[in-house]
Design a protein. Structure first.
Lengths: 321, 258, 657
C-alpha cells in the first residue's frame, strides 16, 4: 500500500507536479506509508533529476511518443491500473485542466469519491482535504473515506520541500495497449501577452490614472511578469486610450480572476460590478480617498508610474510562481 | 440527433453565505437559486446545434422538486423537454452518487451527445460529466471552448493553461463546457411561454436500480468556515519599496495568487 | 363676373378637385383605421376637457407660444385661416352666384371686408416672417432644403396676394360692393387706376382665377398629404392627446394566448393614435431641440423618427390598406442605434406643439426587440439577469441589501410590522457606495423630523423600471407583482423614495399590478417637513448651487418647485442654469441607458455638467441617484472637483444640532 502522486508534464515537468509530490510526501509521512509517483509523457530526458530529495520511493515512468500529449483513454488506463497494482491508499493529482479531467475519470473507473481543487491536504487517520466552495466564499474541510482517497491540489498553494537529494527508483514502462477513441489533432499555445481577459487568472487594469494612450507598456510589463491579462476601466476606454475590448465593468467584461490589480482606477460601482468577484483585489492609486481602497484587499497609495515598475521588478526578481 | 444536457440547481453565488449552527453546513435559507452558469453554456451549445442541424434537446438533472424551475429556464432557451431525478435536499449525494444516477437515467435516453457545464458553482466538484462518461463507457473531453459536429465526429477545442488542444472524437461522447464557448441567449417571451407547456418527466431515485454502495458517500464535510466575506481593505505603509516587497510577499506566500 | 365658359371650367375643376380631395381624405383616414390597432387609452374620456384644451391650443396657439415670436406669427396665420374661411366660401359660391356674401348686405359684411383685408396683410407678414426664419436665419431644427415648405409659403402668400389683387381690380372696375371697407384693396386699387378697362378686366379675371386655384391648391396640399395636413390632423391629435400620466407605459397582457406578437415591429402594429401622430407632425423640430441624444450628435432625432415613420406609412399605404404585411421597421426606415439611444426624457413630448407621443413609439419597438427577438445590447442582458436573480442591476448579494444601514439603527418592516412611512431605499441607495450617503442622509433627516418610518431591508428588490423602459415588460411585471405581494403584507400610510424613477413607477405604474400606494419623493417630503416645522435647518450659506432638474421628477411628474424650495429653505444660493425646468437637459441615464454603452456622439452627461457649471456654481444639486452618478462621472472626466450632492445630503448638512 502506498501513496500515489501523479506528476503532470507538458513538455517539461510542471512546477505544480513538484508541489503535489511535496504535499503527497507529507501525507505519506503522517500515514506511515511510502510515496510512489507516476510520470506519463514522451522521453523525459533529464527532467526526472528535478525529483531529487522529494521523498519519492518509486517513480513509474511511462515514456512513449504516443503519450506526449494527454489522451483520456491512455492516461486513465495507466493510472487506474497502477492504483490497483499498488493498492494505493491515497491518490493525489494537480488541479490543472488536464489533471482534473484525469483524476475524475480515474475516480469513476475505481468508483471512489474525489475532491478537486484543494488548497490543502493532510492526514488525520485518513485523508483530509480543504477546498473552497460557493465561489470561494466558503472553505470546507472534507474527510475522504474511500480507498483510495483521491484529491487534486490547486497549483501555486503548496511549498516544494526537499530533504537531501536522493532520487526515486525509476521503473520504466511503456504505453498501454488500449485503443484511443479521442485523437489529438493540434496543440495550440497562445502567445504570451495575449491572455484573454475573461478567462484570465490574473488581471492588471488601468484607469484614468494612466493619463494617455502611450503609457500602457508600464502595465503590460507587469502583465507579462505575472502572466496576467490587461484590462481597463471605462474612463480609459472613453478617453480612447485603449480599445473597448479591454474594458472591465458593468458595460464591459465581467471578470473573476484570482488576482485583480487596479491601477489608477477610482473604483466606482460600474467598475466594481465587473470585477467584484475577484478573489484578491490590489489597488494602486495616488488618491488615498479613492473608493477603490474600500473594495480592495491590499492597497498602496502612490503614483502607479512609480509603484508598478517597482512591482514588476520585485516580482521578476523572486522565485517564479 | 438527441442531445442530453446535464443541469444543476445551485444557489446564486452572489449571495452572502452563512455557516449553519452545526459548523459544517451552509445556511441555504432565503437564497435565490439559478441554473449553474456553466450549465447555461452547455444548454446554449445544444440549442445552437438544434438550430443549425436539428436535434432533440433533453435537460437532465438530479435534485429536489424545485429543480424544475431551472429546467424550465433551460426549456425557455430552446431545449425540448426535461427529466428530473428526484432527490430530496437531505439526500447527501456526492458527485459520484449523482453521476451514477445520471448515467442510469441516460441509459434509457438514447443520447448521441451529452453536454454539461465543467463544474457546478456550489460545490465546484468538476467531475460529474467525466464520471458519467466513464460509467457509460463513452469518450469525453472537458472544458471545451468550441464544438463542431461533422456527421458522427465531434471536433472540440479544450482549454488548457496557456492554450488549447484540438481533439476529434466519435459520438456518442460527453463534453463539459467552459465559459467563452458561446453567449447564452436571453430567452424570448414566446419561448418562456412555450417552456411552461414542455414536459418535465420526474423519476424517483429508487426507480433507477442503483445499489446502496453506489449512493453511499465516500466523503463528508466535517467543518466549514467563511474565509473572508468582506475585503480586507488593508492599506500598506512605509517606504514605497518596502510596501511593494511586502505586497509581493503577501500575494505569493499568504494569498498564493502569484 | 365670370363668363359662362369660365363658370363651366371652374365648376368642372372644383368638382373634380373636391372629388379627388374627398377621395384622398378618405384614404388617409382609412389608412389609420385599417393599419392602426386600438389604442390602450380611451381617447374620448373626459371629452369636455379635451375639447377645451384643444380649442385653447388651436385658437390661442398656447403651445407654439413657447417661442413667443414664432407663436405670434403663427397665430396670425391661424386666425387668418379662420377669417378667410368665410371669404373662400364667398369666393367659390360667388363664381356662380355673383355678389354672394355669407354676411349678405349687412353691416357685418362691411366689418368682414375690413377684417379680411387686414388679415390678408397679416398673413403675408406672418408667412414672410416664418419664411425668413426658415430660409434666411436657418435654425438647426428646421429641415433644409424644404421644397414642401417653400411651396406652402408660396401658395398661402400667393393666395392672399391674389385675393387683394382680385378685390383691387374689381374695385378699379367699379364692381366691388363694400369697396370703401376694403381698405387695403382700396389702396392697391389706386395702382390699377392707370390701367385701361380692357387689360383691367383681364387682370381681374386672372386675379380671380389665381385666388381660386391657389385656394384649391392649398386644400390639395393638405390631402397629398404634405405636412400641411396638420391643419386637420393637428386639432384632432390635440383632441385625442394623452391624458394618462406621461411616465406611464402601457401594460401588455403577456398572458394573452391569441397575441401573435408583442411590441411593434411593423407599421400595422402601432395604434391608430400613434399613426395620427405622424400626420400631425409639422416637422418643426422643437422635439429635437432639447433632445439629449440629438444634441449630443447621436443618430436619434425624434423629428427624424416621426418623419421617417410617416414616410414609411405613406409609401406603404397600398399594402397597408390591403392588409398585407409590410417591412420591418428596425433595420428598415429606423436604425437600431436610434431605438436604443433614447433616454425617455420626454423633452420631445413636452415641447411638441401637436402633442405627438414620441416615447411610446420607441419603447414599443424596444418591446418587440427584447420580448420577441431577444435582439438587444448585450450589456442589457447582464442587467436583466442581475435584476431577476439578485434583485439589483449590478448583481450584488440580495441578502446584503441592508448592509448600508449597519449601525444606523434603521427600523425594518419585518420586525416592526408597520409604520407611517415606508422608506423605499432603492438599488443605488442600497448598493452604490456613493449613493449610500444619500440614504444615510435621508435617515438622519427622518430621525431629526421624528418620522415613524421603516425600510424593507432585504425584502426590497429592484422595481425593474429601467428594464421596462428597455422593453423587458416580462421582467418588469414579475417584479411588480412580487413587490405588490411584499408591500401588501405591511401597514403603512405612504412610501418615501429618493429616486424619481422609483417615484414614477410607484405612482403611475405599480397600481396596475396591485400596489396602489401613496408615494412621495424626498424633495416633496422634505419640503413638507420643513413647512410643518418638523425640520429646522441652518441657513448659513454654502457654495453657489446649480440645481439639475431630473427628467422623471420634472417633465414626467411635474415636480419642479419642491426641490427649489427645499434648497432655498436650506439657505442655498442658486446659480442660473441655462436649460432648466421644462427645458431641463437630461443627464443621459434614463430609458435604461444607465446599463448601456454610449459609443456614439458626445457624452450627454459631460454636456450637461459643463452647462450646469457655466453659471459659476461650485456645487451641483440633484434629486436622483442616476443624475448624481452621471454628473459625478462627468466631473471626473472633466477633471473638475465640483461637488455633486443630493438634496438629502445638502439638507442633512444643514440640520440644526
Amino acid at each position: 500500500m502506498s501513496i500515489l502522486a501523479i506528476l503532470e508534464q507538458r513538455g517539461t515537468l510542471k512546477p505544480c507536479a513538484l508541489e503535489t509530490a511535496s504535499a503527497a510526501r507529507r501525507v505519506a509521512r503522517d500515514a506511515g506509508l511510502a510515496l510512489d509517483a507516476v510520470y506519463i509523457g514522451a522521453d523525459p530526458g533529464d527532467q526526472l533529476s528535478q525529483l531529487a530529495g522529494l521523498g519519492i520511493r518509486r517513480l513509474f515512468c511511462h515514456a512513449d511518443p504516443a503519450l506526449e500529449h494527454y489522451t483520456n483513454d491512455r492516461h486513465v488506463s495507466i493510472v487506474a491500473d497502477l492504483v490497483r497494482e499498488l493498492n494505493a491508499a491515497v491518490v493525489l493529482g494537480s488541479a490543472t485542466a488536464l489533471g482534473k479531467e484525469l483524476c475524475a475519470s480515474v475516480a469513476a473507473r475505481l468508483d471512489v469519491d474525489l475532491t478537486q481543487d484543494c488548497v490543502e491536504v493532510w492526514w488525520d487517520g485518513g485523508l483530509m482535504t480543504r477546498k473552497p466552495i460557493y465561489a470561494g466564499k466558503v472553505l470546507a474541510d472534507v474527510r475522504m473515506t474511500h480507498v483510495p482517497a483521491m484529491a487534486t491540489l490547486r497549483p501555486n498553494v503548496t511549498p516544494v520541500e526537499r530533504d537531501g537529494d536522493a532520487m526515486p527508483e525509476i521503473v520504466m514502462r511503456g504505453a498501454p495497449a488500449v485503443s484511443c477513441r479521442t485523437e489529438l489533432k493540434e496543440a495550440v499555445m497562445t502567445a504570451a501577452g495575449a491572455i484573454e481577459l475573461t478567462e484570465a487568472k490574473r488581471v492588471v487594469s488601468g484607469g484614468r490614472g494612466i493619463g494617455g494612450p502611450e503609457t500602457w507598456p508600464v502595465l503590460q510589463a507587469l502583465c507579462d511578469a505575472i502572466g496576467a491579462a490587461l484590462g481597463a476601466s471605462r474612463a480609459a476606454v472613453d478617453a480612447k486610450w485603449i480599445e473597448p475590448s479591454h474594458q472591465v465593468g458593468q458595460t464591459g467584461k465581467v471578470v473573476s480572476p484570482d488576482l485583480y490589480v487596479a491601477c489608477g482606477i477610482s473604483g466606482a460601482i460600474q467598475h466594481q460590478a465587473g470585477m467584484r468577484t475577484s478573489r484578491i483585489v490590489v489597488a494602486i492609486n495616488k488618491d488615498a480617498n479613492a473608493p477603490v481602497f474600500k473594495i480592495c484587499d491590499y492597497g498602496i497609495v502612490g503614483d502607479l508610474f512609480e509603484v508598478v515598475p517597482l512591482l514588476t521588478r520585485v516580482v521578476t526578481e523572486g522565485p517564479k510562481g | 440527433m438527441r442531445i442530453v444536457v446535464l443541469v444543476k440547481r445551485v444557489p446564486d453565488t452572489a449571495s452572502v453565505f452563512k455557516i449553519g449552527a452545526d459548523g459544517k453546513s451552509v445556511d441555504l435559507s432565503g437564497l435565490k437559486y439559478v441554473m449553474s452558469p456553466y450549465d447555461e453554456y452547455a444548454v446554449e451549445e445544444a440549442v445552437k446545434i438544434k438550430e443549425t442541424g436539428g436535434a432533440d434537446v433533453v435537460l437532465l438533472g438530479v435534485g429536489p422538486p424545485e429543480t424544475k424551475d431551472i429546467i424550465r429556464a433551460g426549456l425557455a432557451m430552446g431545449a425540448d423537454s426535461g427529466v428530473l431525478i428526484l432527490s430530496p435536499a437531505e439526500t447527501a449525494l456526492t458527485p459520484r452518487g449523482t453521476a451514477h444516477a445520471l448515467a442510469a437515467a441516460l441509459r434509457d435516453l438514447a443520447a448521441d451527445l451529452v453536454l454539461a457545464g465543467k463544474q457546478a458553482v456550489d460545490d465546484d466538484a468538476s467531475q460529474v460529466p467525466e464520471r458519467v462518461a466513464e460509467l457509460l463507457g463513452w469518450p469525453h473531453v472537458s472544458t471545451i471552448t468550441q464544438l463542431a459536429l461533422s456527421g458522427n465526429i465531434a471536433t472540440v477545442h479544450r482549454e488548457i493553461e496557456g492554450g488549447y488542444y484540438v481533439y476529434e472524437t466519435p459520438l456518442p461522447a460527453v463534453f463539459s463546457t467552459q465559459k467563452g464557448i458561446n453567449v447564452p441567449r436571453y430567452p424570448t417571451l414566446p419561448n418562456i411561454m412555450k417552456a411552461k407547456k414542455k414536459e418535465i418527466r420526474e423519476i424517483s431515485l429508487d426507480s433507477l436500480g442503483l445499489s446502496g454502495a453506489m449512493l453511499e458517500p465516500g466523503m463528508s464535510i466535517v467543518s466549514a468556515a467563511l474565509p473572508r466575506q468582506a475585503r480586507l481593505g488593508r492599506i500598506l505603509e512605509g517606504e514605497l519599496d518596502q510596501q511593494v516587497r511586502q505586497l509581493v510577499a503577501i500575494l505569493r506566500e499568504q494569498e498564493k495568487v502569484l | 363676373m365670370l363668363t359662362l365658359p369660365e363658370k363651366v371650367v371652374f365648376a368642372v375643376i372644383v368638382a373634380v378637385s373636391l372629388g379627388y380631395f374627398t377621395y384622398r381624405a378618405f384614404v388617409l383616414v382609412r389608412l389609420i383605421r385599417r393599419a392602426g390597432k386600438p389604442d390602450p387609452e380611451d381617447r374620448l374620456h373626459d371629452l369636455g376637457a379635451r375639447m377645451t384644451g384643444a380649442a385653447i391650443d388651436v385658437l390661442l396657439q398656447r403651445r407654439t407660444f413657447r417661442k413667443p415670436w414664432i407663436g405670434s406669427l403663427h397665430l396670425l396665420i391661424v386666425w387668418g385661416f379662420f377669417v378667410f374661411a368665410v371669404n373662400t366660401i364667398n369666393h367659390f359660391a360667388g363664381a356662380f352666384l355673383p355678389g354672394f356674401n355669407l354676411f349678405g348686405q349687412t353691416f357685418l359684411a362691411n366689418i368682414y371686408a375690413a377684417t379680411a383685408d387686414l388679415f390678408a396683410v397679416l398673413i403675408i407678414a406672418g408667412i414672410a416672417g416664418l419664411a425668413f426664419r426658415r430660409h434666411v436665419l436657418r435654425p438647426d431644427l428646421l429641415t433644409r432644403p424644404s421644397p414642401e415648405s417653400a411651396i406652402v409659403f408660396t401658395f398661402i402668400a400667393g393666395a392672399m396676394a391674389a385675393y387683394l389683387c382680385a378685390k383691387a381690380t374689381e374695385m378699379a372696375l367699379g364692381k366691388l360692393p363694400n369697396a370703401e371697407w376694403h381698405f387695403v384693396a382700396s389702396w392697391l386699387a389706386r395702382g390699377f387706376a392707370a390701367v385701361g378697362p380692357g387689360p383691367l378686366v383681364v387682370a381681374a379675371h386672372v386675379a380671380w382665377w389665381c385666388d381660386g386655384l391657389m385656394h384649391l391648391a392649398l386644400i390639395g396640399l393638405l390631402v397629398i398629404p404634405t405636412k400641411h395636413v396638420h391643419l386637420v390632423a393637428g386639432p384632432f391629435n390635440l383632441l385625442f392627446r394623452r391624458f394618462r400620466p406621461r411616465g406611464q407605459m402601457t401594460t401588455l397582457n403577456l398572458e394573452d394566448e391569441n397575441a401573435e406578437s408583442f411590441g411593434v415591429s411593423r407599421m400595422a402594429e402601432y395604434s391608430w393614435k400613434q399613426l395620427l401622430d405622424l400626420y400631425a407632425c409639422i416637422e418643426c423640430g422643437r422635439c429635437q431641440e432639447f433632445c439629449p441624444t440629438h444634441v449630443s450628435k447621436k443618430p436619434l432625432s425624434p423629428k427624424k423618427l416621426v418623419v421617417d415613420l410617416k414616410h414609411h406609412l405613406l409609401s406603404n399605404a397600398s399594402p397597408l390598406l390591403r392588409g398585407d404585411e409590410t417591412g420591418a421597421l428596425v433595420g428598415g426606415p429606423i436604425a437600431a442605434d436610434a431605438v436604443w439611444a433614447c433616454t425617455t426624457c420626454a423633452a420631445c413630448m413636452e415641447h411638441c406643439p401637436m402633442a405627438i407621443e414620441h416615447i411610446d413609439k420607441i419603447t414599443d419597438m424596444r418591446r418587440h426587440l427584447v420580448l420577441m427577438e431577444s435582439d438587444f445590447p448585450e450589456t442589457a442582458a447582464t442587467a436583466f439577469r442581475n435584476m431577476e436573480t439578485a434583485g439589483n442591476p449590478w448583481g450584488f448579494a440580495r441578502n446584503d441589501r441592508a448592509a448600508w444601514a449597519d449601525g444606523l439603527e434603521v427600523p425594518v418592516m419585518a420586525e416592526k410590522g408597520g409604520a407611517d412611512v415606508l422608506y423605499w431605499v432603492g438599488c443605488s441607495g442600497s448598493y452604490d457606495d456613493r449613493c449610500k450617503n444619500i440614504s444615510k442622509a435621508m435617515v438622519r433627516i427622518l430621525k431629526a423630523a421624528g418620522v415613524d418610518f421603516a425600510m424593507l431591508g432585504e425584502e426590497e428588490r429592484c422595481t425593474c423600471e429601467s428594464a421596462r423602459r428597455l422593453g423587458n415588460e416580462y421582467l418588469f411585471q414579475m417584479a411588480a407583482r412580487e413587490i405588490a405581494e411584499t408591500l401588501n403584507t405591511y401597514a403603512f400610510k405612504r412610501i418615501l423614495v429618493t429616486c424619481p424613477h422609483c417615484y414614477n413607477t410607484f405612482k403611475n405604474e405599480f397600481p396596475a399590478f396591485g400596489a396602489a400606494y401613496e408615494v412621495v419623493h424626498h424633495a416633496a417630503f422634505i419640503q413638507e417637513m420643513i413647512e410643518s416645522g418638523r425640520l429646522n435647518l441652518e441657513t448659513n450659506g454654502g457654495p453657489l448651487v446649480a440645481f439639475h432638474d431630473s427628467c422623471y421628477l420634472g417633465r414626467h411628474n411635474g415636480l419642479y418647485d419642491a426641490p427649489r424650495r427645499v434648497l432655498a429653505s436650506a439657505g442655498q444660493k442658486m446659480a442660473p442654469v441655462a436649460r432648466d425646468r421644462e427645458k431641463g437637459f437630461c443627464c443621459g441615464a434614463g430609458g435604461g441607458r444607465m446599463w448601456l454603452e454610449e459609443h456614439l456622439g458626445e457624452p450627454i452627461n459631460v454636456l450637461r455638467f459643463n452647462e450646469l457649471t457655466a453659471g459659476g456654481a461650485d456645487c451641483i444639486a440633484a434629486a436622483c441617484p442616476f443624475c448624481i452618478t452621471m454628473l459625478s462621472d462627468a466631473a471626473k472626466r472633466e477633471g473638475q472637483d465640483t461637488e455633486v450632492l443630493d438634496l438629502a445630503e445638502i439638507v442633512a448638512r444643514q440640520l440644526s444640532l
